[in-house]
Each structure stands twice: as C-alpha cells, then as structure tokens.
Design a protein around this ligand. Structure first.
Ligand code: COA
Length: 611
C-alpha cells in the first residue's frame, strides 16, 4: 500500500534519501495509519480508506506540520537571546566594512539598473512598438500572483568573453501562480532576438535543476530565435549544452513535475522545442510563431515567400499541427489561460497559515558593517546571526568546543533551521563539531543554513607537528564534507564574506549542490585570496614563478576574478542579495523547499508525450 515514491512525495523522504532510511519510515507509516484509523474511529469501510488514504494522510501531515510549527514557536521563545551589541572595540572595523558595503552596493544597483533595461532602449522600442509584444518584465506581472518574486542570477551574462548579455537573455526565478510557487524561465527577445547564448543555456539548466530538486512546477515564456549562431560550438554539442533543456523537460515530466509554456514570440529551431516538449502550451495570435526554419530559409531553399503566420502561426499550430493546445487572441488572454491551466494541475497551494514570529532585536541595516571587507575585517559571526534570527534567539550546539564554527538552531520567520556559520578557520575540532551537527539536522529533518566566510589558505607547515596538525584537520574536514554531501535535508548557503579554497566545499559551496546559494555583494570567491598574494618574487623561486610585473598582473587578474559580480555573471551562485534582504530571501527559500510536502503524487516513469 505504501511505497517509497508515495512517501517521498509526501515529504517524509527526501528525494536524495538512501534505502537505510526505510525501516524508520515503515515504522512511521504504521504510526500514521494507526492515527488515521483512530481519526476515523474505524467507521469508514476499507475501500473508502484506500481511496481517500493518500489525501487524508496528506491532510494529517499538514495538520501535523502546522502543529509542529506551533510547538516550535513555543520552544523558540525559550532559546537564549544573542547579545548583538557592537562593542566599541569593533567600531573601526565596522566602519571600514560599512564603507566597503556602500561602495559595492552602489555598483550592484548600477548593474541591476542596467540589466533591467534588457537589450537597451532601441531594442525595447522595436520589441514593443514594431513587434507589438510586452517587455518580459511586464509579462511576469501578468503571469504571477504579485510582483514579489525571487529572481535568480539577474547579473548572469555580464562581461562575458563574447560581450555583455543582459540577464543572460533570459529571466529566471520563482514566483507564485494561483498560490503555488513555480519556477519561471522567460526569454528576453530584446537581447538579440531572445537567442540563446552559452550563459543562457547554463542559466536555464540551473532553473530546471532548481525545479527538479525542489519539485516545483515550471512555466516557460518562449520568445527565442534559438541558438545564437556565432557561438554554436559552445552551446550545441556537449552534454550540458542546449539539448539538455529538452532532455530535462521529458525527465521532469516523468518525475511528475508539470511544465507549461506560452509561445509569446518567434520560436525558431531550439526555441521551438521548448513549448513543444512542454505538457501544455498556449500560443498567442499574431505574436507567437513556431518553426524549425523561418521564412527567410524557406525562401532561400525554395524561392517561395511564405508568411510567418502561414508557416507556423497560432492558428496553424492550434488547428493543424497540434504543437500548441490553446489559442489566445492576446497576451493578457494567454496568461489568464496559463493560470487556468496551472489550476488544473492538482497542485495544492501552501496552507494559508500565518506563522507568528518575532523580528530580530537588532537592525538589519547594521549587517552592512558586519559584511567583511576582507577576511581580516571579520567580526564575530553571532553579530550577524543576531540580526537574522527570530527574536535574535539561538539555541547553540557545543558553544565551547571548536568555536571557530558556530552551530545551533534558530528560526527565520517561523521556520526552524540549523545554522552552520564560519567564525574563523575551520580547525580540526570545528570540523568535527560541524559533522556532528549536520548529521543531527539530517536526522531531525531540519533544513541547514550555511553562513560562509571561509579563511584564505594558511601558510605551509614549518614543522613536523604543524604538518601533523594539518593532516588531522584535513581528515576532520573530509568527514564534514561527507556529512554535508549526504545530509538529506534542504541546504541554503549564504556567502557573507570569503569563499576560499577547499573550506568553501566543506561549507556547502556550489559543488555540494545546496538548494540555493546566494552571495552578499562584498563576497570574494577564489581559490586563494588575492590580497595575500605577494608580487615580490620569493628567494629561491626559479624562473617559472615569473618576474614582478607578471606577478602583479596575476594579482590584478585574481582580484578582478574574485568579486561577487564576476561570480554571479558566470552563474557560480543563484544571485547577489543585499545583506538587509537576507532574512526575507531565506524565508522565501524555506517556504519554497517546504512546498513539496504538500504535493500528493502517484509514481510515474513516463513523461506526457504530445500527440
Ligand atoms: N544568431 C545570432 N544573432 C541573431 C539570431 C541568431 N540565430 N537571430 C537573430 N539574431 C540577431 C539579429 O542579427 C539582430 O541583431 P542586431 O540587433 O545586432 O541587428 C537581433 O538578433 C534581432 O534580430 P531581428 O531579426 O532584428 O529581430 P526580430 O524581432 O525582427 O526577429 C528573430 C527575431 C529571432 C525571429 C529573427 O531574427 C530570426 O528569425 N532569426 C533567425 C533565427 C534562426 O534561424 N535560428 C536558428 C538557430 S539554429
């Protein structure tokens, strides 16, 4: 009656969970079945029990969840309150950090402003006036319940070797439609006709990965000329290139992750497969067209002129080819239609529970002075936590052991989380403590928040005892890496300072697949810290280390490549966020990852195949 897939869908089992969890789950099943029977007082016949079993059990789980929230709320009030006062001894560091934060945030705002204009004024005019289409951000307003959505990697695509590609030519993010969190991927046709650059492929693949990892339904707004031809070799042939988007669409459908599409512009070649692979698609009259080769190619091949409408317009695809399932006479009608389609997906919205919570006792604006300019300007991490946790309350774990890592429990807008935060070098003891704590969270199904500010590479050992200490630390860090990699709970990483070397892996860096990873604008991301990089050739160095000018050049390159914006442009993260918004972003992410607990699905191994 019960199987792993059904349990997984009910949120009892994380998608990555391994078989050893099953005995514990079976025990839980019995408890739920017994409770369910108790609930019905044994009055319902067996077949009704079976038919209604999944839904009722889901409802029970929801009730349990809400009551758990109430329980956590009560407990949270008793967690100790952190002392978040900034002592006068820290003032000068605070001021230095603040100045740096203001400078990087100014740059961040300029970049955001730039990308918000898409391909520029002329391209927007051509798009809206000549082509009579809505700008992509206007489309999102019609599609989503409200304007508040979590945009992912808006700075992706800036200063690429092939030039600036604003927002990588495609907006991605997570917003609510009919009360359900959905991933959206929307081409911006003002950026070179919405054609797909290598960075655009990477951005869309990441959005699909988020949809898969968090089981979020996906909406594609397709307005794309397909591959950006001059870069075809960088986006066509390899496994993680363009074709992977279509492969993922099939796999996601088989995973019961619904996908719907709106054809809201010219969808040529690769752009034509996205809506055709979707489970349900809407096409807009006079605006949407879909073909593998457009009229110019037909003319070149046959000498015949055929209009875009006749070759692949809305009427043709709704009435003849079947590439689209719904015909809309305007953009507005199309988004209404897609919202209706979404309401047929049997995707229950999150229960409308208002989780009461306290605000932190200290101002989030002060996080700007706590965001380290460089590693040497790091202040105690609990000062940051006191500005993010509900009521500044924190139940610390192993407070006096391995103190260069802070671990413990707290709440963010009512959500219980485990915290793992760097507070100095990740020593042997700190790593052991981290391993222990991460396993506790995994065992208790509590999402983990990593606050990363890893130490730059330490000096080479100068004695046997130092070398021994380093080996021990290596072993302990390896244990923590294993614990982090295998923890079957949602993980969210915020880089608040340095993201250096191997310690960044231990702290759930990108390669450890956190559900989300965001950077503060002051963050530095590199194998080594450029500021500790000497430009003076060391005594005994041979020729291969280069002369002073080469070292200087290397240092400058390292400096430039370490910035948060450089990282975000290349999609090494899910975006740069302002320190003051961190609490809101974390709460949104926690709600998003929690949504899968409310979805009841039955197993399915085949995608929906368009007929
Ligand atoms: N590769 C590279 N650049 C492309 C491109 C492509 N596949 N398709 C369009 N562009 C560029 C255009 O050269 C133009 O650049 P510019 O602004 O520097 O002049 C820009 O994108 C906008 O194109 P334009 O044709 O002026 O805009 P439009 O809105 O009228 O039409 C398309 C957009 C995509 C429908 C149309 O350009 C088209 O059909 N392109 C060919 C698509 C194609 O054959 N793709 C095959 C991929 S395998």
């Amino acid at each position: 009656m019960w199987n792993t897939v059904a349990l997984r869908s009910l949120g009892r089992l994380h998608p990555n969970a391994t078989p050893p969890q099953l005995p514990r789950l079976q025990t839980l099943n019995h408890v739920f079945e017994r409770k369910y029977k108790d609930l019905c007082h044994g009055k319902l016949p067996a077949h009704v029990l079976q038919n209604q079993g999944l839904k009722r059990t889901r409802d029970m789980l929801c009730c349990r969840l809400v009551s758990n929230k109430a329980k956590y709320r009560r407990c949270a009030k008793t967690y100790p309150v952190l002392d978040g006062r900034i002592l006068s001894v820290y003032r000068h560091v605070f001021e230095e950090n603040l100045r740096n934060s203001e400078a990087v945030i100014k740059r961040y705002s300029e970049l955001l402003e730039m990308v918000s204009k898409g391909g520029g004024e002329n391209a927007v005019l051509r798009h809206t006036q000549r082509n009579k289409k809505l700008f992509v951000r206007e489309r999102l307003k019609l599609l989503l319940d409200d304007e508040s959505f979590l945009e992912l990697s808006p700075l992706a695509g800036l200063e690429m070797p092939y030039g600036d590609v604003p927002a990588a030519g495609c907006l991605t993010g997570i917003g609510k439609i009919c009360g359900v969190w959905c991933v959206f991927m929307a081409n911006d046709a003002t950026v070179k006709g919405g054609t797909i650059y290598p960075i655009g492929v990477k951005k869309q693949l990441r959005a699909q990965e988020i949809a898969m990892q968090n089981r979020l339904l996906s909406v594609y707004l397709v307005d794309s000329g397909g591959a950006f031809l001059p870069l075809q070799s960088e986006l066509f042939p390899d496994k993680s290139h363009g074709g992977r988007l279509f492969y993922n669409e099939a796999i996601m459908s088989a995973m019961r992750i619904p996908q719907v599409a709106v054809v809201c512009g010219s969808c040529v070649a690769g752009g034509a497969y996205v809506p055709t692979m979707a489970e349900e698609a809407v096409i807009i009259d006079k605006i949407g067209t879909l073909f593998l080769a457009g009229p110019p190619l037909v003319k070149a091949a046959t000498g015949e002129y055929v209009s875009p409408e006749d070759l692949g317009g809305a009427k043709l695809h709704s009435e003849v080819s079947g590439c689209s399932d719904h015909f809309a006479s305007s953009e507005k009608e199309a988004y209404e239609c897609i919202r209706n389609v979404i309401s047929t997906l049997n995707y229950d919205p999150l229960p409308e529970q208002v989780i009461e919570h306290d605000s932190p006792l200290y101002s989030s604006d002060e996080l700007l002075g706590l965001a380290p300019r460089d590693y040497r300007c790091s202040l105690p991490v609990k000062l940051i936590l006191s500005r993010l946790m509900d009521g500044s309350r924190f139940q610390e774990f192993k407070a006096n052991y391995g103190t260069t890592l802070v671990t413990g429990f707290g709440h963010v807008q009512g959500h219980l989380v485990g915290i793992v935060a760097n507070n100095g070098e990740l020593t042997h003891d700190a790593s052991l403590k981290g391993s222990h704590f991460v396993q506790l969270c995994s065992q208790r199904s509590i999402p983990i928040l990593f606050f990363q500010n890893t130490a730059p590479h330490t000096a080479e050992p100068t004695s046997i005892s130092q070398a021994e200490a380093q080996s021990n630390r290596l072993k302990a860090q390896a244990s923590m890496m294993a614990a982090v990699a295998c923890a079957a709970v949602p993980k969210i990483t915020i880089v608040v300072g340095g993201c250096y070397g191997s310690e960044s892996y231990v702290m759930c860096g990108r390669s450890f697949s956190p559900n989300f990873l965001f950077l503060w604008p002051n963050a530095r991301v590199a194998l080594v810290d450029s500021r500790h990089f000497s430009t003076v050739p060391q005594a005994g160095d041979n020729d291969c280390t280069g002369d002073e000018s080469e070292l200087k050049h290397l240092k400058e390159k390292l400096e430039e490549e370490s910035s948060a914006f450089y990282s975000s442009a290349r999609l090494w993260d899910d975006g740069v966020i302002l320190p003051q918004n961190t609490r809101k972003v974390i709460a949104q992410c926690l709600e998003i990852v929690e949504q899968q607990k409310y979805r009841v699905v039955s197993p399915c191994q085949y995608p929906v195949i368009r007929m």
